[in-house]
Design a binder for this molecule. Structure first.
Ligand code: ACM
Length: 540
């Protein structure tokens, strides 16, 4: 009937349609003015209709009305299209916003364009009733802007794409060995030095090729404020990630004293130009703690989100084993080993964030050596970390690399551009289940939701990001939003037939998705770049 993605909880078809004309109005109560502003702007540019705004819902007669219904859950909405117009009601402005996204889908693919193709065409919404609410409160997408920088406009575009798919948490991976992307006023060299590298490995990590061209960029504090505000208008929370104590070579290149100076000459390090797990990690010193407290202080000023991500993944311990300073710290703190030293480091920031009213989240390695109470885990190395965390009473976001790492290839064929990792097809992602069956209902309540991750080592521009993300992100969105049956019982054929309409929406949005029949000639990577690299990791 309506070919909606993600599928709503319930829909009942009527007969007839609401026609939107030059006389149609867009009326919203006080609490939903922001949604009206967003919807009006989106539909005015696509349709050319004036859609004059009003506050009295009675004036919306025959047009669009938006309002709260306190009887509905926070993100729940009801959309009724009938003889008196289209009414979207939600338990909060967020619920109404998700209903407005559904309304846009109902208007057809050209409702996603930025200018009308034909000013004389008719716009209509079929008569129907939709009742809908998300399965999970955390419907996340992580974007790695460190390996390849995505300029601000591209980030704003991804926030629009997330909103169109009812995703609501943007995990912003801002720092890594290959680049530091957020301006920190008190430590200017992080971006002066750390945001640029002189050359870049081309393709997967075993590729013998480099591009001899500087790559870099960063977001100013005002860019970040704009991104956070733009996300908030779309009911998306931005969770910043500052990755410590591993994945830190760009920071060490900028401030060599942050590294293990008694083990290597950190002044010789530059921003990393290749992929993989980097041995150059932060030194566990008071200086490092004070430095990063300063970084996080500025991060908290810019990001209002409850959760702050501290990374914690892939921190090789070799330098700490060889460092007299690190070993002295282990002895002084009475720790058993280097894993406990990492745990001490993470716990320091957990206490620091908690004292400021925030909550720490980190990759599942933060479980090793004991995790501070209140901290949450992004379970990436499969489900095991998430299961252990939930059983220990920690909240979990499920993002297992075997299922929802969208940098991994999406077809076993030889034509995938830079085909790294496991093969994860559209159907595999559709059958991803965020709640492992071994959790009891009580433990399962700790699964906040699910997240798809876009690591960008092999995605040098937005077309490559689009290719890896879509269409799989649409399947992921349905997993995160809709209440689907168990994986084996999911109606993938039905999803695929709804995708036929959704490709039209993605076309109108200019998304360079992987076509259902495989890569287009310009999307293929010939020769060494396209050589399949088998999982399991380290694979990037
Ligand atoms: C990760 O993929 N290293 C979290």
């Amino acid at each position: 009937m309506t070919e909606l993605i993600p599928a709503p909880r319930g829909a009942t078809a009527g007969s007839g349609e609401v026609r939107l004309t030059h006389h149609s109005r867009l009326c919203a109560d006080t609490a939903t003015q922001g949604v009206a502003h967003w919807l009006g702007a989106a539909l005015r540019q696509a349709t050319g209709l004036p859609l004059r705004e009003g506050r009295e819902l009675d004036d919306a007669e025959g047009g669009i009305g938006l309002r709260l219904d306190p009887g509905l859950g926070p993100e729940e909405y009801r959309l009724v299209s009938d003889g008196s117009g289209v009414l979207v009601e939600g338990g909060s402005a967020a619920g109404v916003f998700w209903g407005a996204q559904t309304l846009r889908q109902l208007l057809g693919p050209d409702a996603y364009r930025r200018a009308p193709l034909d000013r004389d065409r008719a716009w209509s919404v079929p008569h129907l009733t939709i009742e809908d609410a998300p399965r999970f409160r955390w419907r996340g997408l992580m974007l790695d802007v460190a390996r390849h920088f995505m300029p601000k406009e591209g980030v704003l575009r991804y926030l629009d794409l997330m909103a169109a798919h009812k995703l609501n948490v943007f995990h912003f991976h801002l720092t890594d060995d290959q680049g530091w992307r957020i301006e920190i006023e008190r430590h200017p060299r992080l971006t002066e030095i750390g945001s640029w590298r002189t050359r870049t490995k081309t393709g997967h990590r075993a590729s013998p090729l480099w591009e001899d061209k500087p790559h870099g960029g960063y977001y100013t504090r005002d860019d970040i404020r704009e991104i956070v505000a733009y996300a908030a208008e779309r009911h998306i929370t931005v969770v910043p990630e500052i990755d410590v104590p591993g994945h830190s070579q760009a920071a060490i290149a900028a401030y060599p004293e942050l590294g293990n100076t008694d083990v290597i000459d950190t002044t010789s390090l530059s921003v990393w130009d290749t992929w993989g797990i980097n041995p150059n990690v932060l030194a566990p010193t008071d200086n490092t703690l004070r430095f990063y407290e300063g970084v996080f202080e500025e991060v908290l000023e810019l990001f209002p989100s409850e959760f702050v991500h501290v990374g914690g993944d892939e921190c090789p311990k070799d330098q700490w084993r060889r460092s007299e300073t690190a070993q002295a710290r282990i002895r002084e703190l009475g720790l058993a080993d280097e894993d406990e030293l990492q745990s001490w480091f993470i716990k320091h920031f957990d206490a620091w964030l908690s004292a400021r009213g925030r909550r720490l989240i980190g990759w599942d390695e933060i479980l090793e050596g004991g995790l501070a109470e209140g901290a949450a885990v992004s379970s990436w190395r499969g489900y095991a970390g998430g299961v252990a965390a939930a059983r220990a009473g920690h909240d979990v976001v499920m993002c297992p690399e075997q299922q929802v790492y969208l940098d991994h290839r999406q077809d076993p064929g030889p034509e995938e551009p830079v085909p790294i990792g496991w093969v994860r097809t559209l159907e595999d992602v559709y059958r991803f289940e965020p709640v492992p069956p071994e959790l009891t209902p009580e433990e399962a309540r700790h699964v906040l939701g699910a997240q798809a991750n876009l690591w960008t080592e092999v995605m040098e521009d937005h077309a490559r990001v689009d290719y890896q993300a879509f269409p799989r992100l649409a399947a992921f969105a349905e997993v995160a939003w809709s209440t689907l049956p168990a994986p084996a019982e999911r109606d993938f054929a039905g999803f695929r037939s709804r995708m036929a309409a959704h490709y039209g929406r993605l076309d109108a949005l200019g998304v360079a998705y992987r076509p259902p029949t495989g890569p287009l000639p310009w999307q293929r990577r010939p020769g060494v770049l396209g050589r399949p690299v088998d999982g399991p990791p380290p694979h990037r």
